[in-house]
Design a binder for this molecule. Structure first.
Ligand code: EGV
Length: 374
């Protein structure tokens, strides 16, 4: 039995020491040859980071990372992009800032549970917005009455669904009319070229108040040396820099240098290789489970580094103990459905940013458990 009051991260912690850890969405695949060359030079990088002015390092890291994502324009000057030790730290800073001016946030449903937990943790009331009305039909449906902010994870975690530039513009227009802050968490955008358009240009063109959380942490297996970035509009009207300064002075220049080098490697072909690597992991999962009665894959178009598996008639709970006996750790989708947990009871999320041998072994164990239980 999975305890009903445990969050997804607590389940991810249980998995950390297993070879069949397909739970967390952090990057744990092998380094490519190009990435290994960067790691071989770490002591030189450390020395460079110690010598260079931090503002220069930060500017270069931001520029290189954003260019990789097709994010050509970003705030500099009066409201510069803020570097954090993780996207969840950026999230906490944003949530605390929002709570000074509003009491309710509309949030995409489903999504990773630490987003609703952080928002609720600062006292905000949440209104769910389902993915269909978010993406299709009148954009006003994506902005419920009475909220001070709309929060969208794009590509979404775990579904991989991407907000198009056209849809972003429509929602931003409604937000501007109603003076609602539009916030995006784009932590998984590196995996999906359909999200490599200039989001900030679209948001700025609308004139709405906006914030975006970016993440380097899902892409490269840098042992969790990563940054989360918090970008926001000059007109946001929230005490973001002040609250940032309550929590951080800045991030390590060594990490900024590492991000810059990994982003540069990615721009030189590494990102395409990573996309092919994730696609192959997804193919392995789908192929291994293809003959299991009732199993389906609800996100056929997803390109993010996680894959949902629908178990048909079975519930996660039915197979949990047996999966644990075999040291297989995936996530139940229950807690992603933060407003209606039962809707996630019959699907699992499998992390794909792992060596293919681990993905294959975990999928084979899952297949055996499902066949025995079904
Ligand atoms: C994912 C882990 C936090 C989170 C993992 C994640 N939890 N930060 N409390 O980083 O999809 O597995 O986003």
């Amino acid at each position: 039995m999975i305890s009903s009051n445990v969050n997804l991260t607590e389940l991810e912690i249980l998995a950390l020491d297993s070879d069949l850890n397909v739970a967390d969405g952090h990057a744990r695949q092998e380094l490519s040859a190009g990435q290994q060359r960067i790691i071989d030079e770490l002591s030189t990088l450390f020395q460079k980071a110690a010598l260079q002015p931090i503002a220069d390092l930060e500017r270069t890291a931001h520029r290189t990372f954003f260019a990789l994502l097709g994010q050509h324009r970003y705030p500099v000057g009066a409201n510069p992009v803020l570097s954090c030790y993780a996207s969840s730290v950026a999230m906490e800073i944003l949530a605390r800032s929002l709570a000074t001016k509003t009491d309710a946030v509309a949030l995409v449903h489903p999504t990773f549970d630490n987003i609703p937990d952080i928002l609720r943790g600062v006292g905000l009331r949440l209104v769910p917005v389902e993915e269909d009305p978010l993406h299709l039909g009148p954009a006003a449906e994506a902005v419920p009455e009475g909220v001070g902010c709309v929060f969208v994870t794009t590509p979404n975690n775990p579904t991989g669904r991407v907000l198009s530039a056209e849809r972003l513009a429509e929602i931003a227009e409604v937000c501007r009319e109603r003076d609602v802050v539009l916030t995006l968490d784009t932590s998984f955008r590196g995996f999906d070229t359909r999200a490599h358009y200039d989001h900030y240009a679209v948001l700025e063109a609308s004139g709405c108040r906006w914030a975006v959380i970016e993440d380097t942490g899902k892409l490269w297996a840098t042992l969790d040396l990563k940054v989360g970035l918090l970008a926001y509009s000059g007109n946001i009207g929230l005490p973001i820099p002040k609250i940032y300064s309550d929590i951080l002075l800045g991030v390590s220049p060594f990490i900024l240098t590492l991000v810059e080098r990994f982003a540069e490697d990615a721009a030189n072909g590494g990102l395409e290789d990573l996309h092919a690597f994730i696609a192959e992991g997804r193919r392995i999962v789908r192929e291994t489970l293809a003959d299991v009665p009732g199993v389906s894959f609800p996100d056929p178009d997803s390109r993010v580094s996680v894959e949902r598996v629908d178990l048909g008639a079975l519930r996660c709970d039915d197979i949990w103990d047996e999966l644990h006996k075999r040291q297989v750790y995936a996530l139940p989708c229950t807690q992603f459905h933060w407003a209606e947990p039962s809707r996630g009871d019959r699907s699992l999320r499998i992390a794909l940013a792992r060596p293919h041998a681990s993905v294959r072994a975990a999928a084979q164990e899952l297949r055996a458990v499902l066949l025995a239980a079904g």
